[in-house]
Design a protein around this ligand. Structure first.
Ligand code: ARG
Length: 456
């Protein structure tokens, strides 16, 4: 395929250098955006009197034909082409002749690639937001079915206080809601059109940048042509948002892995989301959750790639920037895969409420409630805390729990204790009483669920 820059050159590109220089294997996925950008550009050129209406019509029809053929796979991006931009232009010229050669008037691949990437990533943000919504919906459904499933809440991986399982799931749903908001913020800053920045300095042609911005659904054209072709901060920002999503998912994956271990047994993943071992016949492994946990590493790596790529890069366009696509595509693809697998894995998972309750009943997680009981009887909290600590130590030494101590034993620690202490340390009562806003009481969790349902 003839290079776009023939004229100045006496020799063709070395074969290995040619392969090294090409990006078509990576950027051809932006063919729809490339064509949409060119259609808008051609319409604007005609509107401004830069090309004729006849040329515009030929260009638009030609591009529409290329789009249809690429959609149906009748036309595949040629590996001979350097990138998707040169491929589409060459194919157009092959189909319509000279009019095709007029398309690149008042444009450069520098603003073209910046445009395509913004358009493509904008679409991916919308898809990611939908996938996040689906995962939140799955979380809320499972949470709703478990607003009264008492389990231990942990700090330092030690049993801390009783909570309900639905509360724990809602915590992840809240994180994902913020992730979705972050994407919406990112989209706002991304949604500015670089088209018309041309190579870097703008153009002498009387173009209308507002028009192309409007046709392509942008909020405005970018205000500085050098900035328009130089920065990739929108990709960095999206990669950072993806890294945070990956962090959230990896924590959730880790908990899921722990919960389905024999040691916890709180949940069982469906066979459809588990694998076996090649040697240990009893094994059922949470591979999907483990991969979600592990893939966070490459998503963080993609962010680092992008930041490192831009560091110290002089303005305006440099070929280094061609490397941006592999990283940001990988970041978005990976996070999207994780989100799309997590939702059905969650929906099909069995929740073992009995195992959760058993763990909750064995670990003195109602000790805070015992101290609170004393505080309500006017014992200062610090004293109540110390007294309860002594009771726990006594229980450990004597193989008892707070529930199995007799009233006499309680009274031995403080005369303030009465028979109502047993009600105060009952696990269901302990959770039911935590009605503070955002707390673990089933009522509070239900309110949280319904507020989040409104948001999705
Ligand atoms: N394939 C290039 C990229 O992805 C397109 C822009 C090329 N521009 C240039 N002046 N060489 O960055």
């Amino acid at each position: 395929m003839e290079k776009l820059w023939t004229g100045r050159f006496k020799k063709t590109l070395d074969e290995a250098a040619n392969a090294f220089n090409a990006s078509i294997s990576v950027d051809s996925r932006m063919f729809r955006e490339d064509i949409a950008g060119s259609v808008a550009h051609a319409k604007m050129l005609a509107e401004c009197g830069i090309i004729s209406a006849a040329d515009r019509d030929a260009i638009v029809a030609g591009l529409e034909g290329i789009l249809a053929d690429m959609e149906s796979s009748a036309l595949a991006p040629s590996p001979e082409a350097e990138d998707i931009h040169s491929f589409v232009e060459a194919e157009l010229t092959k189909r319509i002749g000279d009019a095709g050669k007029r398309l690149h008037t008042a444009r450069s691949r520098n603003d073209q690639v910046a445009l395509d990437l913004r358009l493509y990533l904008r679409g991916r943000i919308d898809e990611l937001s939908d996938e996040i919504n689906d995962l939140i919906a799955a979380l809320l459904d499972v949470a709703e079915a478990n607003t009264d499933a008492v389990m231990p809440g942990y700090t330092h991986m030690q049993r801390g206080q009783p909570i309900v399982f639905g509360h724990q799931l809602c915590a992840y749903a809240q994180m994902l809601l913020r992730d979705r908001d972050r994407l919406a913020d990112c989209r706002k800053r991304m949604n500015v059109s670089p088209l018309g920045s041309c190579a870097l300095a703008g153009t002498t042609y009387p173009i209308d940048r507002e028009m192309t911005a409007r046709l392509l659904g942008f909020d405005a054209p970018c205000a500085n042509s050098i900035d328009g072709v130089s920065d990739r901060d929108f990709a960095v920002e999206l990669a950072a948002d993806c890294a945070i999503i990956a962090a959230h998912l990896s924590r959730f994956a880790e908990e899921t892995i722990l919960w389905c271990s024999r040691e916890f047994g709180f949940v069982e993943l469906d066979d459809a989301y588990s694998t076996g071992s090649s040697i240990m016949p009893q094994k059922k492994n949470p591979d999907i959750a483990e991969l979600v946990r592990g893939k966070s590493g490459r998503v963080y790596g993609d962010l680092t790639t992008l930041l490192t790529l831009l560091k110290g890069l002089p303005l305006a366009y440099n070929k280094d920037m061609q490397e941006d696509k592999e990283a940001i595509f990988d970041s978005v693809d990976t996070v999207s895969d994780c989100l799309r697998l997590f939702a059905p894995m969650l929906r099909t998972m069995k929740v073992n409420r009995a195992a959760m309750r058993k763990a909750a009943a064995d670990g003195f997680i109602n000790a805070t409630d015992c101290a609170d009981y004393l505080t309500k009887k006017d014992v200062p909290f610090r004293e109540a805390y110390k007294l309860t600590g002594g009771i726990v130590a006594y229980c450990i030494d004597n193989g008892k729990t707070l529930e199995t101590l007799t009233l006499e034993e309680y009274k031995g620690f403080s005369p303030v204790f009465d028979a109502d202490v047993f009600d105060a340390i009952d696990l269901d009562v302990c959770v039911a009483k935590r009605v503070s806003f955002g707390g673990t009481a089933p009522e509070s969790v239900k309110a949280q669920i319904s507020a989040m349902r409104d948001e999705i």
